[in-house]
Design a protein around this ligand. Structure first.
Ligand code: ATP
Ligand code: MG
Length: 280
């Protein structure tokens, strides 16, 4: 009878960053299997320790922080204003996004009290602040925010309950140039994130309807885009053309670093910058 790794052994190796393909090994007896596990575990612990030492001595910040800075700098250089707005938002703001009782995203919202939730997206605050800024700014107005968003997800390999979203929006551009501008903005974003292989696909959003998504070589969604005038605009008293793009920074890192899962690049107590912290 052939012996394979136990589920606990498999989970431990996955936690340490083992490639999923290397887990289906078989042995003649449990002794050989355990020896294999111990050797693999030791090697992976060493690798994770080295990663953490490099982080401590050289990089001194996780890539999530570096990516945040790189994206912000690239967008500011292209004329975008960076804003930072509250993570707690009111029910009224979600209603204006039409995320009410029957909406699919409603199930994913973390409510703090009857009228306050953790924002599942940055768009409501960006709508609100844009309207105020447009009274003092010429068009096109370009703004972006990078900040935490929260969604109740069934937490697969590429979803987090708390993730870092970049949302950018450009108001008041030529209507005919919207698609090409969206592609340009996606290119600026992917270049700043050092993601070389990506493509555009048409996708249906539960909030905005039809839009262009950016997906990586494996088909993983990296970003969603949308454009207006849009039927949501009226509730925010906006009535000009716009293009917008939203992307998750941990998703970008997972794709760029070819990681098996998103968690090792998330805000976490178990991982730091891709390295596992349970290494004794
Ligand atoms: P998905 O289809 O992957 O669940 P979505 O279409 O619901 O994503 P959007 O509302 O389009 O997500 O959000 C914009 C971007 O934010 C996504 O393209 C993705 O990069 C990122 N994102 C969304 N939800 C999560 C999550 N739970 N964890 C990590 N990143 C996320
Ligand atoms: Mg999407």
């Amino acid at each position: 009878m052939k012996i394979g790794l136990t589920p606990a052994q498999q989970n431990r190796l996955i936690e340490l960053g083992e490639n999923a393909d290397s887990l289906s090994v078989c042995f003649e007896d449990s002794g050989a299997c355990n020896r294999y596990f111990q050797k693999e575990e030791e090697a992976l612990v060493r690798k994770n320790r080295e990663k953490l030492q490099t982080l401590l001595l050289e990089d001194r910040r996780p890539q999530l922080c570096a990516l945040q800075e790189d994206l912000a700098a690239a967008l500011r250089a292209k004329g975008f204003l960076q804003v930072t707005t509250p993570a707690l938002i009111s029910r009224k703001f979600l209603d204006r996004m039409t995320i009410d009782g029957s909406h699919p995203l409603n199930e994913q919202v973390f409510w703090v009290d009857k009228n306050t939730c953790l924002r599942p997206m940055l768009a409501p605050n960006l709508y609100d602040i844009s309207r105020r800024l447009l009274s003092v700014s010429p068009q096109p107005l370009r703004i972006f925010e990078i900040g935490s968003c929260f969604r109740k997800e069934s937490e697969g390999k590429s979803h987090l309950k708390e993730f870092t979203m970049l949302n950018l929006v450009e108001w008041g551009l030529e209507e005919e140039s919207r698609v090409s501008r969206l592609k340009e903005l996606a290119q600026i974003t992917m270049e700043a994130a050092r993601i070389q292989e990506y493509r555009f696909v048409e996708e249906e959003s539960v909030v905005y309807g039809k839009g262009l998504d950016v997906v990586d070589a494996q088909g993983l969604e990296l970003a969603s885009t949308s454009m207006g005038p849009h039927k949501l605009d009226a509730a925010w008293k906006m009535s000009c053309t716009w293009v917008g793009l939203g992307t998750g920074l941990e998703r970008l890192l997972m794709s760029r670093e070819k990681a098996g899962g998103i968690h090792r690049y998330s805000k976490s107590l178990s991982y730091l910058d891709g390295a596992c912290l349970s290494i004794r």
